[in-house]
Design a binder for this molecule. Structure first.
Ligand code: AMP
Ligand code: MG
Length: 511
């Protein structure tokens, strides 16, 4: 049943509602559930400033961001989408516990979606309660901010409001919460899959036009806009996944409903950062076959892109065979696109300038650097070496040529010792030792969200209501490249969990 909600005129939001206006057939108008006792737990003042929002960090703001009263101009809708979940087709997923309130134009002129997560049941809820627990919403806030600070495209949380209502989960009742999510859009591969499955060509065309207008307005004049959009999305996904790989991020649930057209990371459910380097790393408790393992992410992104291409087929060409051929070329090119972005990420991490004056020209240099990067990763494997610390230590080696600290991370450093001189030779073509080290420290974080620290902060925050550990961790994660002078006292944040603890660390979906 819908709730009646008051409307309130705050100067805070100036909503537009292009999704609701232009994409009828891809949503159901719906109202958020009321929260008995809204309390602001976290408010993202920096993001609010970016959005040009004021006056929300108040008790009234909490009632607003809990969904008890709707801001003027909001036109909340539950978005419809399909999805392949772990490869299995679900024709009707949709916002089962989320609502899009509308869009705002931020201070840089970008259109951003404002959406609730945890705001109650909708017609898409199936067996779910439509609610969210505080712990997982704090986790989404924290990891989203960490990703943003790591310069990785991401949706972000504007606020987390505790509802004062318990939500029932497997282990018992947990405090409930509503998260306000900000996104370049919530268009997903699954949105196109849903539109395509309706057998309604005008609807699919409207969605295509909307997506282009929203994310790639320059492509509107292209002679094949569907193909142009597919290529643009391929490019954004290739870039996104390359950056995930560069920080050891494992999304954990790369279903097609969790893959945006904007190239932003979305849905921080069972995600985690790899500590000891192992390409087969999986954290999600439900990912039994390693479908979404660290090293499988580019392959899965390509698989998801193929699902987008399939959905676009009727718009790619009127001749079905030519449509398939065009789609296939984009899908087949994806590994090359990914490789180019991955190489750029790895060159930066290793301090190798692609435009080195004394380097090889063009392709040979790229191939040589890619080989050097792969060989470095191979030296890490099976050594219990922490991925993040290894690159940070390597920056020290670039500066001082002393590899003692780096070697200590390895069980056996023989392979590393064979690799280092080759890297140093190549590095010498790039820049001075100091400049190389500075550049490397600018792209290799000294801190990532360590799984054990994240869990501890969330437990203390949601069970004891003590947000201090969370805020301390958040503050550190917001400066991932600027190592503080007292870093030696921060080992609890910089070191991986003991191997035994790390090996059995698991993340959970259905939060
Ligand atoms: P996710 O794994 O969070 O991307 O969600 C997958 C699908 O399950 C989406 O359609 C969600 O809206 C839905 N869903 C997840 N949790 C709940 C919940 N507690 N109540 C209703 N629907 C949910
Ligand atoms: Mg999702």
């Amino acid at each position: 049943m819908m709730n009646t909600t008051d409307r309130v005129a705050l100067p805070a939001f100036t909503f537009d509602n292009t999704y609701a206006r232009e994409l009828e057939g891809l949503y159901i108008r719906w109202q958020p559930a009321a929260a008995p006792q809204p309390r602001m737990v976290l408010f993202n003042a920096a993001l609010a400033a970016e959005l040009g929002l004021q006056g929300l960090d108040t008790a009234e703001g909490a009632t607003l961001l809990a969904g008890n009263r709707l801001p003027e101009g909001a036109d909340p809708v539950a978005q419809a989408y399909s999805g392949h979940q772990f490869g299995g087709w679900s024709p009707r997923l949709g916002d089962g516990r989320a609502l899009l309130l509308g869009e705002v134009i931020d201070t840089a002129g970008r259109r951003r979606d404002i959406a609730f997560k945890g705001s109650g049941r909708t017609p898409f809820s199936r067996g779910g309660d439509g609610k969210a627990a505080l712990g997982p919403m704090l986790r989404e806030y924290l990891i989203g901010e960490a990703m943003h600070a790591l310069r990785i495209p991401t949706t972000r949380a504007l606020a987390v409001v505790a509802t004062g209502e318990p939500v029932l989960r497997e282990g018992g009742p947990l405090p409930g919460a509503v998260l306000t999510r900000v996104a370049a859009s919530h268009l997903r591969v699954g949105t196109f899959q849903y539109a395509a499955a309706q057998d309604d060509l005008p609807l699919l065309k409207r969605l295509l036009a909307y997506a282009i207008q929203r994310h790639d307005p320059a492509l509107a004049a292209h002679d094949n806009p569907a193909l142009a959009l597919l290529q643009a999305v391929a490019e954004r996904l290739a870039r996104l996944i390359a950056h995930w790989m560069g920080v050891g991020f494992i999304h954990g649930v790369m279903n097609t409903d969790n893959m945006t057209l904007s190239g932003e990371t979305i849905d921080y459910g069972p995600c985690a950062f790899m500590d000891r380097y192992d390409p087969a790393t999986v954290f999600s408790s439900i990912d039994h076959h390693g479908r979404y393992a660290y090293a499988n992410q580019p392959t899965i992104a390509r698989w998801n892109l193929a699902r987008l291409a399939e959905s676009l087929l009727p718009l790619l060409h009127e001749d079905p065979q030519q449509a398939v051929d065009a789609a296939t070329r984009v899908i087949d090119d994806f590994p090359l696109r990914f490789e180019a972005h991955w190489l750029a990420v790895m060159q930066a991490k290793l301090g190798l300038r692609a435009d080195s004056p004394a380097g090889l020209a063009g392709e040979p240099q790229a191939a040589a650097d890619a080989a050097l990067a792969r060989e470095f990763l191979a030296t890490l494997q099976g050594q219990g070496v922490d991925f993040t610390l290894a690159f940070r230590q390597l920056a020290d080696v670039a500066e001082t040529s002393d590899a003692t600290g780096l070697r200590q991370l390895f069980a056996d450093s023989a392979a590393l010792d064979a690799w280092l001189p080759r890297w140093q030779l190549r590095l010498a073509q790039s820049d001075s030792p100091q400049a190389s080290a500075a550049a490397m420290r600018g792209v290799n974080p000294w801190i990532i969200p360590r799984n054990q620290r994240v869990e501890e902060a969330l437990t203390v925050a949601s069970q004891d209501g003590d947000l201090e550990p969370f805020k301390r961790l958040l503050a550190l994660l917001q400066q991932p490249y600027v190592q503080p002078a007292d870093v030696a006292t921060l080992q609890a944040y910089t070191q991986p969990a003991p191997a035994a603890q790390s090996a059995c660390f698991q993340t959970f979906c259905g939060t």
